[in-house]
Design a protein around this ligand. Structure first.
Ligand SMILES: Nc1ncnc2c1ncn2[C@@H]1O[C@H](COP(=O)(O)OP(=O)(O)OP(=O)(O)O)[C@@H](O)[C@H]1O
Ligand SMILES: [Mg+2]
Length: 241
């Protein structure tokens, strides 16, 4: 692997409006170095998913996005997608093969890994996310949490340089949430984690950004952002344990 120039991810003056005119991102500036796990917080509709979809060119906005020194353009999509693996908020957008195992093996094969190695890696990753035994199931038939796990295994199998996870703990049962937190802590890659799950945010985040109406409204530690923006889910419920 080539050494990365620092910073690993650099976003300059990024703005994006959807075709219907919704301005979803408004002049975002962002940098991330190796070793960081950056948590993206913010209200529903504040632009977090739109932002991460720019990191591997699924959306191309105005401004500049660079990953490992490579500028994201139509011409660099293959290179960029090798480097940045995104676990989508909606798993149905991620899973499309006829078996779970084929699905997880697809990514590494698509990057040129021989089938035997890709299937070996896929089995290992399915085990890591607690899906051993589900290899031959049809992804569409999995439960929501199982789909999430399969999608995570599929991205891990591609061994990206940067991992982006959009709401990875949604649908996961509490043991599954804990396993995912442990897994994320073990994985050496820098990560961007979009989440409303404050247990996850606190457990993995080395830095947090708070999105508001398509802008970055605050930056600091997870705890600082939770305090500044009143982002503790239990705080306003009288009598809540
Ligand atoms: N395909 C689309 N067409 C038009 N508007 C869209 C589209 N996708 C998202 N939006 C709008 O863009 C804005 C940002 O949406 P985005 O999905 O990035 O928010 P988010 O911060 O990820 O929210 P959540 O926490 O609910 O996942 C919202 O106003 C949303 O309605
Ligand atoms: Mg979202």
């Amino acid at each position: 692997m080539q050494p990365h120039p620092s910073p690993l991810v650099q976003v300059r003056q990024l703005s994006y409006s959807y075709p219907d005119g919704t301005k979803a991102l408004d002049n975002i500036n962002f940098e991330m170095s190796a070793g960081e796990t950056v948590v993206l917080l913010g209200a529903n509709g504040s632009g977090k998913t739109t932002f991460v979809l720019h990191l591997n060119g699924l959306l191309l906005g105005q401004g500049q996005v660079q990953v490992g020194g490579v500028t994201v353009t139509r011409a660099t999509l293959n290179e960029v997608r090798r480097r940045v693996g995104i676990v989508f908020q909606n798993s149905d957008e991620q899973l499309f093969m006829s078996s779970v195992l084929d699905d997880v093996a697809f990514g590494p094969q698509n990057l040129g890994m021989p089938a035997e190695a890709a299937y070996g890696l896929a089995r290992k990753m399915l085990q890591r996310v607690g899906l051993a035994g589900a290899e031959q199931k049809i992804p569409y038939h999995l439960s929501a949490g199982e789909k999430k796990r399969a999608a995570i295994a599929g991205i891990l199998a591609m061994e990206p340089d940067v991992l982006v996870l959009d709401e990875p703990t949604v649908y996961l049962d509490p043991p599954g949430q804990r396993t995912l937190i442990e897994l994320l802590r073990e994985l050496p890659q820098p990560k961007i984690v979009v989440t409303h799950d404050m247990v996850l945010a606190r457990a993995v985040g080395t830095r947090a950004l708070f999105f508001e109406k398509g802008k970055i409204a605050g930056e600091g530690t997870v705890t600082q952002m939770m305090d500044q923006f009143g982002w503790d889910p239990g705080q306003a419920i009288p009598g809540a344990a």
